[in-house]
Ligand binder design. Structure first.
Ligand code: SF4
Length: 231
């Protein structure tokens, strides 16, 4: 089947419920918004990504993210089409096409997108920090930013917030923020990709709180935008 992208990649980590796979090492991603970045996918092991959404098992990779919808695929406002890249990568993993990552060399000098699908806080933090340390840049987002146990991720990830009130809380906790919404607030920058087509691999603003806080805003986009509700 032609998925419109390449399946080359490595298994970064597995636990009982999830497998974490990085793709895009040999052939650049054709994602025009991100540009050429290694993409890190967090997937449910036991069922396909589409079945995980239908049965609610996507909570194992998405946590409490509101964009999951009603927990059975209804009202889903996530921009990721799980039936495309996530499904293809899950099937390739089930078919044994990915080997475990043996060396961080593969990330040296590359740009990395933590969480092309799924919440990146299921990557062991030490591994994510090591990858970011050898990479030439990264982006990442988490909806789990309120959890006390995940505060150390502030240095790597943006807090995905769903309202101005959440933005204020997240910034007070030391998080840079990313928000989908129809209007920007005074502290938010319009996403560069939306502004002038600059890809994430060039912009790299969404890399957590490094020296100061950034807040990024983007209008609703992608597959779930029809179900987007302003918080
Ligand atoms: S602000 Fe930059 S890094 Fe963040 S999503 Fe937009 S283009 Fe990508």
């Amino acid at each position: 089947m032609d998925w419109g992208f390449t399946l080359n990649g490595f298994i970064l980590h597995e636990d009982r419920d999830r497998v974490i796979i990085a793709t895009g090492f040999e052939t650049p991603s054709d994602n025009r918004k991100t540009g050429d970045m290694i993409q890190v996918w967090i997937l449910v092991k036991s069922v396909s990504p589409t079945e995980a959404i239908r049965t609610g098992l996507d909570r194992l990779i998405c946590g409490s993210c509101v964009h999951r919808g009603d927990g059975h695929g209804g009202g889903r406002s996530c921009y990721v089409n799980a039936g495309q890249a996530p499904l293809g990568i899950w099937r390739a993993w089930r078919a044994g096409r990915y080997a475990p990552l043996r060396s961080l060399e593969a990330f040296a000098g590359r740009k990395v997108r933590f969480g092309a699908y799924g919440d990146p806080t299921w990557i062991p933090l030490s591994l994510a920090l090591a990858i970011a340390g050898v990479a030439s840049g990264h982006t990442g987002y988490t909806h789990q930013w309120r959890k006390p146990s995940l505060q150390a991720w502030r240095s790597l990830l943006m807090a995905s917030v769903d309202s101005i009130a959440e933005l204020v809380i997240a910034r007070s906790l030391g998080w840079s923020t990313f928000r989908v919404g129809s209007e920007a607030s005074v502290v938010e920058n319009l996403c560069a990709s939306d502004r002038d087509g600059t890809p994430c691999a060039v912009c790299l603003l969404c890399a957590g709180a490094r020296g100061g806080l950034e807040s990024v805003h983007i209008p609703p986009h992608g597959k779930g935008s029809a179900h987007f509700l302003e918080a």
